[in-house]
Each structure stands twice: as C-alpha cells, then as structure tokens.
Ligand binder design. Structure first.
Ligand code: V47
Ligand code: SF4
Length: 372
C-alpha cells in the first residue's frame, strides 16, 4: 500500500484517476487505457496487475501436460512474420504427416501421461474438414480421455469455406468428432491497416471474432492471442483488447489470453528488432489490467522463454502452458532460444515454486488435476 501511495504522488492527475478506477475494480475505458499504457511506470503496472492476479488466483499458477501436433507446414497463406510455412513450390523444406504418423505420436504417451493435444499447423489446400474429422475421431479412439484443442480460426475459416458450411455447422461437426476447444492463434492484430501489412490474405478480424463467437455459442471454449512487438501502435493494442473484451462480455467463452511476442528470425519481417523484456512485462501487465473479464493470463514459454515466463508471474500471469515435449517448431524456426522446447513436470514445478508461487496441474479447461 505504501508503495502505491508513493508511486501515485509523482504521477499526473489523469493517471491518478485511472489508477483509482483500477483500485476500485471499475472497468477502464479506451482513453483511460491509453493514459495507462503511455504514462505508467513498469513498477506501477506490476503492482496493479499483481494485485488483480492475486485477487483472482492467489499464488496459484497453472500448467498442463500436453503435446503439440503440427500436421503440416505447407500453407496457402503468406504471413510476413511466419518463419514456418512453406508454399507447395518449396517442397524440400516442407512436411506433411500422415494420420497414422500423428496417431503414433500420441500413442507414445500412456493414457493419462498427457491430458491435451494441441493441433495447429499450416493451411494445407488438401487437408479439409473431412480429413480433420477423421483425424480427431482416430485420436479419440486411441485416447478417449484426451482433450483435443485444435485449429486456429484461420484454419477453421478455410476449412468451413472449402466445405461450404457455416462456421457453426463446421464447428459442430468437429465437436461431434471429439474436438473440445479452440486455441487462440491467428488473431495477430485486429486493426485492418496493420493486419493488411502483416497478413493480408488470411481470415480477417471480423471472421476471427465470428469464429470464436460461433464456437462459444455451441459450448466450445477458446483462447485469444495478440501478436505484439512489431509495427503496431499502443492504439492498435488497445483496439485489439477492446474487441476481445466486448466479445467476452457477450459470450464468456474465452478461457485465457496469451500475448505472443513477435520473434524476428527467418521471416519477411526480420529487419524489425525484437522488443525488450521490459516491453514484454508491460504488455502482459497491461493486458491483465485491461481484460477484466478474462480469468486467465498465459505466458507461452516456448515462445517467450522459461526465465521471462517465470518473471511474468509477477506481472499478471497465472498460467505457463504445458510440458510440450519438444513437439512444436513454430517458435524455434522464428528464432526462439529454445530449439527443443520441453519441460518435465519437476522443472515446471521448480520454475513456479522458485518465485514463491504454487504449482497446480490443470486440464485444458482449468479443472484442477493435482496441487503441488
Ligand atoms: O497465430 C507465428 C504466432 C500463432 C510467429 O491457445 C508467431 O493455448 C511470434 O496460436 N513470432 C500460433 N509469434 C500459435 C498459437 C498458440 C500457441 C500456444 C498456445 C496457444 C493456446 C495458441 O503463432 C500464430 C501467430 O500469432 N506466430 N509466427 C513469430 N515469428
Ligand atoms: Fe500460414 Fe499460419 Fe504461417 Fe500464416 S502464420 S503463413 S496462416 S502457417
């Protein structure tokens, strides 16, 4: 308390009134948010976001036991930040797993050893709705209890368009096959001008939001992301969070928000310098404060790093995703430090408890599996 009073004495009256709103648990509007974003010190953002985190979760920090399956890196789209996709013409660096190979990957883990499979990949012109319905059904046959969190809104929009079904119909077909939820990728930045510069050809912002609304309407929860640290402005970030907060007010279907730091390796935006860890901390804390109707704030460690994820536990984060078992290439190909992302349960628990937090294993939808 003394800390925040000292901080308040040296800030503008505009920022003081924003802080006072936050302290009274009142919603901040977009002009308040801009003042907070531009004027608040890192320590003020830390104090405010940590208070919110501790009010909702105490010291609890969630993780899960999961693997990723990336069916292919062949993609019909050409996002400028993507280090991972290969067009059909550059076949030498492309991969395309068969269903049998993907099922074999899952069978490597005993029933219960992992609770979630996260499936996201390139948008392959020949892998459509039927293909993925069959994949999910086969997964559920061999591991009936596993939660399938699959396909970004970008992949889903393409699948539904090709199959000539509405978003709701397509999602219902996938749900009936056993899909449990949607990951948050593909959101990038909703502002049209920026989106057109970094990923013009894939699903637009309105379609991304409609897809998630359709999922929520049939009882499939989802996550949301933002791709930050490239050409976006503070106004673009606030606009992005504002559209997510509005949809969450309407549906309540988002579980977690995951800020994704732009990594500049091997892509068409490599000339843009990556932002500092201080900037990471500011974005996470700011998002925790602004998104007052999101319960969970996740730091995805394969992308941002283990140490930064640990530090972010003091900046609003209450979830650090899962064990991963070296099953994703999206970030290592874009220059993330960890070329073989893998953490065993003991390492994850140590990462959390070393900074005085409590480690709790969860399933995908935040049911508690084990407290440590
Ligand atoms: O949409 C691609 C991002 C996302 C880069 O919901 C990049 O639990 C930074 O959606 N630098 C896909 N980011 C990953 C994703 C995800 C990951 C972990 C957990 C969850 C979840 C979702 O990866 C893409 C894009 O925003 N991405 N390239 C890059 N160079
Ligand atoms: Fe394709 Fe996804 Fe890469 Fe965009 S980010 S090019 S949609 S794999």
């Amino acid at each position: 308390m003394i800390g925040i009073e000292l901080q308040l004495s040296s800030i503008s009256t505009e920022l003081q009134s924003v802080v006072s709103k936050i302290k009274q648990q009142k919603r901040i509007n977009n002009s308040d948010a801009l003042i907070l974003f531009n004027e608040a010190s890192l320590s003020l953002l830390a104090t405010l976001s940590n208070e919110i985190r501790e009010r909702i979760h105490g010291d609890t920090t969630y993780f899960n036991k999961n693997i990723h399956i990336e069916p292919t890196n062949i993609c019909v789209f050409d996002c400028k930040f993507c280090a991972y996709s290969r067009l059909l013409s550059k076949k030498d660096e492309a991969w395309e797993f068969s269903q049998e190979e993907m099922i074999e990957k899952i069978k490597q883990y005993e029933d219960g050893e992992i609770t979630e499979v996260h499936i996201v990949g390139g948008v392959h012109p020949k892998m459509g709705l039927d293909y993925f319905v069959s994949l999910i059904s086969e997964i559920k046959k061999v591991r009936p209890n596993i939660h399938v969190k699959a396909f970004t809104a970008v992949e889903l929009e393409y699948m539904c368009r090709k199959a000539k079904v509405s978003y709701k119909e397509g999602l219902q077909i996938l749900k009936d096959a056993g899909q449990g939820s949607l990951p948050g990728g593909g959101a990038e930045i909703f502002d049209k001008e920026v989106r057109d510069k970094i990923c013009k050809d894939k699903c637009n912002s309105e379609q991304w939001l409609e897809m998630h609304e359709a999922a929520h309407s049939i009882g499939m929860p989802s996550n949301a992301t933002i791709l930050y640290g490239h050409i976006e402005t503070p106004e673009n970030i606030i606009d992005h969070l504002s559209r997510l907060r509005d949809l969450q007010d309407k549906t309540g279907g988002f579980n977690a928000f995951i800020p994704l730091k732009f990594r500049n390796g091997n892509n068409q935006m490599s000339d843009i310098k990556e932002v500092s860890v201080v900037e990471d901390m500011r974005i996470f804390a700011f998002s925790r404060i602004y998104l007052d109707n999101f319960k969970h704030m996740k730091s995805y460690w394969p992308m941002i790093g283990k140490e930064t994820s640990q530090n972010l536990l003091a900046f609003g984060v209450n979830d650090i995703d899962g064990t991963i078992h070296d099953t994703t290439k999206i970030y290592s190909m874009a220059g993330a430090e960890d070329q073989n992302p893998n953490m065993n349960t003991d390492e994850i628990i140590k990462l959390i408890t070393d900074v005085g937090r409590k480690a709790v294993e969860r399933d995908t939808v935040y049911n508690v599996i084990k407290e440590y």
